[in-house]
Design a protein around this ligand. Structure first.
Ligand SMILES: CC(=O)N[C@H]1[C@@H](OP(=O)(O)OP(=O)(O)OC[C@H]2O[C@@H](n3ccc(=O)[nH]c3=O)[C@H](O)[C@@H]2O)O[C@H](CO)[C@@H](O)[C@@H]1O[C@H](C)C(=O)N[C@@H](C)C(=O)N[C@H](CCC(=O)O)C(=O)O
Ligand SMILES: Nc1ncnc2c1ncn2[C@@H]1O[C@H](COP(=O)(O)OP(=O)(O)OP(=O)(O)O)[C@@H](O)[C@H]1O
Length: 544
């Protein structure tokens, strides 16, 4: 990796909304931008952020002691600092620009594609990345699972989708330096609201859907929509080599109507339901089987082709909702970048699996075990509907299939409404619901579980009949497996590919797939992985 450094005065030249500057800076050079004083190295700019828990301005002296060469903040300083202090209107925005400047605006040298939405971003981004590679582009991907730069996979950290601006700019610089021409980035509402992608000009923006999520952070549905909208509003603001394009989902009227209004550049829309004729692409027919999906996809208004073009598409990914994700990715590549439908279909077929998304764990047991990442009400509904379709298929092949056993929890210090909505979805769409731990953080797990079970009972569930509480996620998975009859589906949702679970302020190593494997091997008396460690439930139920 190239070592980057930049004169502070060159950074200052691009920072938006500077209110005042104190201290001497002409000879100062910086080599890093950091928002955590504990991560400062000599030569870093420290950006003081007024946080939810603490105020970054209180750590300015700590940052200077650790070698910060300058500080960016929003507050007046009571006395002169030992290093230059740049007071700005918006520290997160300034952080994004200081980072982009340090790495010489890497996004200006690549085609930038942003994928947003409540559910399906990782899947759609992964499809798109594979289509671009199939089309011969040197492509990279930043997603919830990892960043992929030049075939190298980089872990972006616990629970991170859109990295903070210093990190995302760093990844983009690595891509640019490796000769990457197209970057696909998952862009979250947090990422947009917190200006993490503010100094990136996107060429193509894709939305999957906008439903219920993150109201803890955004406070209202309108603010959540507005955050997502930033990606679309900014399209076409700068002159770029690629013609800007917005890719909208007609099947999701809320996001479609909202984004259509605020987008000023060319828009195309897709419809997996296939019923809406005003979409440029639609799914004409789709068949789901235990080996994935087979669809006939129709594209219209293709350059140089009159009428409609129909092509068959197959994907190994399970879950009927992936029809919508693959259509979104194909539509972006075909209408935004001129990829042929046939090449796009090959790219879709190249995606073998996405870690922790409808991932089947198979030890030849007589029921199906799945790990999925559904952690919103809509995603849970889609995952359970897809599981139901698989049950029907099992029945058609003669097995005595009957029930879906769903295991999930709800995160602490995050959207509280979901706690009540998700059990309701499960009571309706699964046969047995097991409520358990899922990143309780510093909230008492008992409170979270009691909110969840109350909602289930209000909707007619009966405790210890079709809804169970097992706070220890290891035992919850074991319980689901013990209950399974031949042909049933046990599906553990919400942790997917994630590599840790947070109790208190500690991230304990955790992988739901390993836990499912360990529990299955215990049950089947096979050699298998050890069950991951979790803190004792008596401890975390009452004392957090
Ligand atoms: C809830 C939330 O959005 N939190 C973000 C917020 O943290 P905060 O306001 O709680 O920070 P704080 O603890 O009050 O600290 C304030 C500042 O003081 C600094 N500090 C603190 C202590 C110290 O000793 N020195 C120091 O400098 C901190 O580094 C911070 O800059 O500001 C931090 C700095 O920007 C973010 O890293 C942090 O994201 C945390 C890690 C987080 O969990 N974010 C999640 C919700 C997130 O963004 N997720 C989305 C995906 C969501 C999805 O699944 O769709 C994502 O895009 O990753
Ligand atoms: N188009 C879709 N509509 C509804 N639910 C979906 C869709 N695609 C995926 N899901 C569900 O959402 C889960 C997460 O999928 P994916 O990782 O692609 O979404 P995401 O938006 O990237 O989520 P996150 O940002 O939290 O990682 C899947 O495991 C599945 O249960």
């Amino acid at each position: 990796m190239t070592d980057y450094s930049l004169k502070l005065n060159q950074c200052i030249a691009v920072l938006p909304d500077i209110r005042s500057i104190s201290g001497n800076y002409p000879d100062i050079t910086y080599n890093k931008v950091a928002f955590d004083s504990r991560k400062i190295q000599p030569g870093s700019i420290y950006v003081a952020l007024a946080g939810i828990n603490v105020d970054g301005h209180d750590f300015i002296q700590h940052a200077i002691q650790k070698g910060a060469c300058a500080v960016i903040g929003t507050k007046d300083m009571p006395s002169e600092l030992a290093v230059p202090y740049i007071r700005v209107a918006d520290a997160r925005l300034a952080m994004a620009w200081a980072s982009a400047a340090l790495y010489r605006f890497p996004s200006n040298e690549m085609v930038m594609i942003g994928v947003t939405g409540t559910d399906g971003k990782t899947t759609t981004s992964t499809y798109l990345y594979n289509i671009l590679r199939e089309a011969g582009f040197k492509a990279s991907l930043i997603s919830t699972v990892s960043a992929v730069i030049d075939d190298q996979e980089i872990d972006t950290g616990f629970h991170v989708t859109t990295p903070e601006s210093p990190d995302i700019q760093h990844y983009l610089a690595e891509m640019r330096d490796a000769g990457v021409t197209h970057a696909v980035c998952e862009v979250t509402s947090h990422g947009l609201a917190q200006q993490r992608v503010a100094a990136i000009d996107f060429d193509i923006a894709v939305v999957t859907n906008i439903t219920h999520e993150h109201l803890d952070y955004h406070n209202s549905r309108e603010a959540y929509f507005a955050a997502k909208g930033i990606l679309f509003q900014n399209l076409g603001k700068k002159d770029r080599a690629t013609k800007p394009l917005a890719v909208l989902n007609v099947d999701d009227p809320d996001s479609y109507n909202f984004l259509k209004k605020i987008t000023t550049v060319r828009k195309v829309s897709y419809s997996a339901s296939g019923e809406l004729q005003n979409a440029v692409s639609r799914i004409e027919s789709i068949v789901s089987s235990p080996s994935g999906l087979k669809a006939d996809v129709v594209f219209k208004n293709l350059q140089g082709i009159s009428g409609e073009t129909k092509i068959p598409v197959t994907t190994n990914l399970l879950g009927i909702y992936n029809g919508s994700n693959l259509l979104a990715a194909m539509t972006a590549a075909i209408y935004g970048l001129g990829v042929s439908p046939e090449t796009a279909a090959k790219g879709i077929a190249a995606v073998q699996s996405i870690p922790g998304r409808m991932e089947v764990i198979d030890y030849e047991q007589n029921f199906t075990a799945i790990v999925d990442f559904a952690h919103t009400p809509n995603a849970l509904k889609q995952a359970l509907d897809s599981a139901r379709a698989m049950l029907v298929q099992n029945q058609e092949t003669g097995a005595e299939a009957n029930r879906i056993i769903a295991i999930f929890g709800s995160a602490g210090l995050r959207d509280r409404e979901k706690r009540r909505m998700m059990p309701r979805v499960s009571i309706k769409n699964a046969d047995i619901t097991i409520l358990t731990a899922e990143d309780p953080r510093t909230e008492p797990l008992s409170d979270i579980l009691s909110d969840m079970v109350d909602a289930a009972i209000q909707d007619g569930a009966v405790l210890n009949k079709n809804v169970f509480i097992e706070p220890d996620r290891r035992d919850a998975i074991r319980l689901g497996i013990a209950m399974a009859k031949p042909g049933d589906i046990v599906i553990s949702c919400g942790k997917g590919h994630e590599q840790s679970m947070c109790f208190g302020t500690t991230e304990f190593p955790w992988d739901d797939r390993t836990a499912m494997k360990a529990a299955l091997c215990e049950f089947l008396h096979l050699e298998g992985p050890d069950m991951p460690y979790l803190p004792d439930k008596d401890h975390y139920l009452d004392k957090l």
